[in-house]
Design a protein around this ligand. Structure first.
Ligand SMILES: [Mn+2]
Length: 301
């Protein structure tokens, strides 16, 4: 498959520094070589430019570092859009998960019908009114379904919306009260690690795959937050939650999905090498190897 790696060193959507070093760290540790080794062509590696600032702590319009989050995601939306129009699949490396705002907007500008696989310990579907922290990395899915800040919805999403029923959150085990209400009201699909262990992960993922297929959807947006994993395996992340997925689980999730769907977008977010380096980087590279190895070597379009 032909990829473009888009590095997004954003930390402003969280309240911890360090996550902005994710892309540079993975590049230094050989992520590009993994793509090549596994038979893919990377046409370009680009980085979303941003002003050199640390998280300011100021909350404006209910969102921390509003201006930076807005500007970076507007640039990202344009790059993702351009990448898809160039016939290449975006592989976005973060950075915090607020980059989902620009990514979802960029993908939505090109495709109407796709399902979103959101592998995460959190639901990331707060609005600025339901969020306790004001951290935008907990909000991308809300904006994508037409909730929350009007500027983000009109200027980044151009008033386009994702059907909430096409969102599948997998691995969630730390959900805010306001998020739970949105999930129920909008019929977002959500599966906890507990569900997965109870019914067997294979069964859960097969059910999801069947559900997506039954809607006639063939395209997948695949977003992987490393905090979906157990913190013993990936300690280097800003908001760890215990009882996460194992490396084998991640393998199962991907191997069931890869044969049935066309992947139109990938991201890999929230690794923070300043919190822990050695184990985190080793396991991130393992996961990226699994993902790039498993993708069929066909062209996106
Ligand atoms: Mn997340």
């Amino acid at each position: 498959m032909d990829f473009r790696i888009i590095a997004v060193p954003i930390c402003e959507g969280s309240n911890k520094v360090g996550v902005e070093h994710g892309p540079k760290t993975l590049m230094k540790e050989g992520v590009l070589e993994l793509f090549t080794k596994n038979g893919h062509y990377v046409d370009e590696v680009i980085e979303i430019k941003k002003n050199d600032i640390v998280p300011l702590r100021n909350i404006n319009k209910g969102i921390r570092n509003y201006k930076s989050v807005f500007t970076i995601n507007l640039s990202l939306a344009r790059e993702v859009d351009k990448c898809i129009k160039d016939g290449v699949v975006p592989f976005v490396i973060g950075g915090d998960h607020s980059l989902g705002i620009g990514s979802l907007a960029g993908v939505l500008n090109n495709y109407d019908d796709f399902a979103i696989l959101w592998i995460d310990a959190h639901a990331d579907i707060n609005t600025e009114s339901t969020s306790f922290s004001g951290n935008a990395h907990g909000m991308p899915l809300a904006f994508s379904i037409g909730l929350g800040d009007k500027n983000i919805r009109t200027m980044i999403f151009k008033n386009k919306k994702i059907n909430p029923n096409n969102i599948y959150i997998i691995g969630a085990r730390d959900i805010d009260v306001g998020e739970q209400e949105i999930i129920e009201k909008k019929s977002v699909n959500i599966f906890s690690v507990k569900d997965a262990k109870l019914f067997s992960l294979q069964k859960v993922i097969k059910t999801i795959a069947n559900d997506i297929r039954s809607k006639g959807i063939t395209k997948l947006y695949f977003s992987f937050d490393v905090d979906s994993m157990d913190p013993n395996l990936i300690p280097g992340t800003g908001t760890p939650v215990s009882n996460g997925f194992t490396l084998e689980d991640a393998h199962i999730i991907f191997s069931i999905l890869r044969d049935d769907f066309e992947f139109i977008y990938f991201d890999f977010v929230e690794l923070n090498p300043l919190i822990e380096y050695t184990k985190t980087v080793k396991n991130c590279l393992f996961l990226l190897d699994v993902y790039t190895k498993g993708i069929k070597k066909t062209f996106a379009r």
